[in-house]
Design a protein around this ligand. Structure first.
Ligand code: CA
Length: 398
């Protein structure tokens, strides 16, 4: 097969571990960017690559759906693992998968990793980002330029492993000799602009040198995230440097530092997935214990309510509407310790499956501002929002 490959993954300059995984075993190539914090992100992306590697022998090259089936199986494997291990709950991963021969590249894709095509000096993003801002761009509500700097650009709307089912994009690309494909995680695309990426891909003929230079560029720009790139040259017989050996179960280091969610930008990505049994649950247990002591110690319910006057959570009211409450979600000794602060228009039923349980059990937040941001995020996720947009457009047409 006439392709030459270069690939590299790097932790970057800020993160303590690498949650990206990749596969570069012609004709199959993949980049997976795990999320979930602690060990979970590593496990999710490594599981995706494991499933792809294991199932590669069953692949039928003429059937684009067989690539999508691989990602469905990866989704099931990650989901099952997350269900059976509480420490891994909420983990997920992006995956951009390509099957490449001289004439055609077939792609299957979920999340915000990307595939680019360089042809005749033009760089084109082939995949669509499954992010909130990506959706806003495709609806014409945000320009691609503004999207690059949008504060919520890292919130993804689809990932493998966060739900029992997942929608997978598939596409087929006709290839010409001299085409160069790039698969990358957002650690590259968020740090290095498309023009600079194109510059590197154009100036370095050797795919491994190009891969190395792209990773170096991301690190020079700050290296705020794990970065992974796979560069595939079509119509070349491996005259470039040999692809690097891919160790069994290719992942970053499996040990990951216990990063503080406040400084971990991937935590923001987790807005879209159920939270793990992290600090919040601990905090809730502590608060409950303190409140119970207060009530039982004779302070009474009024004192308990007062102690909770600066506690906030987002939950759901009796009518099924997402609501900001002052207080805590749990009853203590049969006493409800919450009062309604603001009822939104977002219906619980309009939220994606994986978000519903979390909201129904109450999302504890640190401030009213955070509660308002949470509701705004949920509003964007709500299926009703699309309906509203459509009706408003219709109104505008009249
Ligand atoms: Ca990333």
């Amino acid at each position: 097969m006439n392709v030459a490959v270069g690939a590299r993954t790097d932790t970057g300059r800020v993160r303590e571990g690498n949650e990206d995984s990749y596969l570069a075993e012609p004709p199959l190539f993949a980049v997976a960017d795990g999320m979930g914090g602690h060990l979970a992100g590593d496990v999710a992306s490594a599981t995706a690559v494991e499933v792809i590697r294991k199932e590669r022998k069953d692949l039928s090259p003429d059937d684009p759906d067989s690539l999508a089936a691989m990602l469905q199986h990866a989704n099931e494997a990650i989901w099952d693992r997350a269900q059976s291990d509480p420490g891994l709950r909420g983990m997920g991963t992006t995956c951009t998968l390509a099957l490449v021969d001289e004439q055609v590249a077939q792609l299957a894709h979920v999340g915000d990793s990307r595939a680019y095509l360089l042809r005749d000096g033009q760089l084109t993003q082939v995949t669509q980002d499954h992010t909130l801002v990506g959706r806003m761009v495709s609806e014409g509500r945000l320009s691609p330029e503004d999207a690059e700097h949008h504060p919520q650009r890292s919130i993804i709307t689809r990932a493998l492993g966060v739900d029992a089912n997942v929608d997978i994009d598939v596409m087929t690309l006709e290839l010409a000799e001299g085409d160069r494909l790039l698969l990358c995680s957002d650690g590259l695309s968020a740090m290095v602009g498309a023009d600079a990426i194109r510059g590197v891909l154009e100036s370095l003929a050797d795919p491994q040198q190009a891969a190395d230079e792209l990773v170096d560029s991301a690190n020079e720009a700050g290296g705020e995230d794990n970065v992974t790139v796979v560069v595939i040259d079509v119509g070349r017989d491996g005259t470039g440097a040999a692809p690097p050996p891919v160790p069994e179960g290719q992942t970053g280091p499996i040990t990951r530092g216990d990063t503080d969610p406040a400084t971990d930008t991937d935590y923001q990505r987790a807005v879209e997935v159920p939270p793990g049994p992290g600090k919040r649950r601990w905090l809730r247990t502590l608060v409950l214990a303190a409140i119970a002591l207060l009530i039982l110690g004779g302070g009474g319910i009024a004192a308990a309510r007062y102690a909770l006057s600066n506690s906030w959570f987002v939950g759901v009211d009796d009518a099924g509407l997402v609501t900001i409450y002052r207080g805590i979600p749990d009853d203590v000794a049969g006493v409800s310790l919450r009062e309604t602060h603001h009822r939104s228009d977002v219906r619980l039923a309009s939220l994606p499956d994986f978000k519903r349980d979390e909201v129904a059990s109450g999302i504890t937040v640190d401030s009213l501002e955070e509660a308002e941001r949470t509701v705004a995020d949920l509003e964007l996720l709500s299926a009703d929002r699309d309906f509203e947009t459509r009706t408003n457009q219709k109104k505008g047409d009249q």
